[in-house]
Design a protein around this ligand. Structure first.
Ligand code: PLP
Length: 412
């Protein structure tokens, strides 16, 4: 860092500013976390200089001995942690992982059945503004209006009617466990492949805090930077029979040189995720999310589906008459970072939205507990209801005290 400050004081200032922001505010974005200093060290290493197109033992460049070791460690750890038959650790992101799987399993224009974006699905699950909706025929399932849970009857009816080549489950804004066995049965009934997009909850699977999709899915994709607490990146797990197709769909089909610094950082995170301390963290993430959802319910914010089984909660703000957009802005002024989010059957436009989404991975990494979640719920409830700068200032001061008692990246 001293070298950076000397060479480029402007960027050094940005990094210090971002560190202060991450330390000084409450980080409640469901897909964010604080990667360990060891993960960050691997990311900022000389492996960033290395070209290593190909796979260990069969590269298109010389000098790959250390790159091979890093990738073999990452793959071996992913296989051991998730009990999968094959792993590809090269995808640059969750989106890149999904693109590779579609490329491996589908021809252009073939049908995918996945969760609709407004009900919690991801852009890569068939949205028209994404390759997945442009290059494939996307059919969407959703949740029931009554209990806001996935409508498995609808999934089955749509599968029988449209005969998709691929069914996708796992989402960005669905706080409940997904019934992978039910999806498997439906996929088998119509002869479809099943992909589970575990981008959000792979870190809970790794820590045994939720059921694993690996025994049910043909392919599982994940991000490594959310609950899993690694570097920004993607990961694909699959059965052996798909290994070659998946590897070729990542490289050379959709990517060039792997980011070996990120691959090494994934190896570090996967090692960390195998420890008892990590398993305790993963369970606490869920307990904290449940405590936070309950606390917010007491503040008049309605948890969609009535609560959560995971690291995230989706809150319907219509009961307090505040839009998601206003809530996000007020929280930001109060030092609470979160995002507005559409709720199922949302009457508001996506840029306004009737809800917010919160997640507990980062605050749990900081060491916060269920007692802290109760305090966060009070502060958040106060912030979203108020547009008064004095009140938001008071909340910001209380947030500052709370995070100071559980510092992210504590000074040694
Ligand atoms: N899949 C799901 C379900 C996600 O929630 C996300 C990201 O939020 C992704 C895929 C894409 O991950 P990335 O942002 O790394 O491309």
């Amino acid at each position: 860092f001293l070298a950076l400050r000397r060479e480029d004081p402007e960027i050094a200032e940005v990094l210090l500013g971002e560190l202060a922001r991450q330390r000084g505010d409450l980080q409640l974005i469901a897909g964010e976390n604080f990667a360990s200093p060891a993960v960050l060290a691997a990311l900022g290493s000389t492996l960033a200089n290395k070209y290593a197109e190909g796979y260990p033992g069969r590269r298109y460049f010389g000098g790959c001995a250390e790159a091979d070791r890093a990738e073999q460690l990452a793959v071996g750890r992913a296989l051991a942690l998730f009990g999968a038959e094959h792993a590809n650790v090269q995808p640059h992101s969750g989106t890149a992982a999904n693109l590779a799987v579609y490329a491996a399993l589908l021809g252009p224009g073939e049908t995918i059945l996945a969760m609709s974006l407004p009900h919690g699905g991801h852009l890569t699950h068939g949205s028209r503004v994404n390759f997945s909706g442009r290059w494939f025929h996307a059919v969407a399932y959703g949740v029931r209006e009554g209990d806001e849970r996935i409508d498995y009857e609808q999934v089955r009816d749509l599968a029988r009617a449209h005969r998709p080549r691929l069914i996708v489950c796992g989402a960005s804004g669905y706080p409940r466990v997904v019934d992978f066995a039910a999806f498997r049965r439906i996929a088998d009934e119509v002869g479809a492949y099943l992909m589970v997009d575990a981008a959000h909850f792979a870190g809970l699977v790794a820590g045994d805090a939720t059921a694993s999709p690996v025994p049910f899915a043909d392919v599982v994709t994940a991000t490594t930077h959310k609950v899993l607490r690694g570097p920004r990146g993607g990961l694909i797990l699959c059965r052996e029979e798909f290994a070659e197709r998946i590897d070729r769909a990542v490289f050379p089909f959709s990517q060039g040189g792997p980011h070996m610094h990120a691959v090494a950082a994934k190896a570090v995170a996967l090692r960390e995720a195998g420890t008892p301390a990590y398993r305790a963290y993963a369970r606490r993430v869920v307990a904290n999310a449940q405590a936070l959802a309950q606390g917010l319910q007491a503040e008049g914010l309605r948890p969609v589906t009535g609560g959560t089984d995971t690291h995230m909660a989706l809150l319907d703000l219509r009961g307090i008459g505040v839009s998601g957009r206003d809530a996000e802005r007020r929280c930001e002024r109060a030092g609470i970072t979160l995002n507005k989010n559409a709720i199922p059957f949302d009457p508001a436009k996506p840029m306004i939205a009737s809800g917010i989404r919160v997640g507990t991975a980062a605050v749990t990494t900081q060491g916060m507990t269920e007692t802290d979640m109760k305090e966060i719920a009070l502060l958040l409830g106060r912030a979203v209801r108020e547009d008064d700068p004095a009140v938001l200032g008071e909340v910001r001061a209380a947030v500052g005290e709370l995070v100071a008692t559980h510092p992210a990246y504590p000074r040694r």
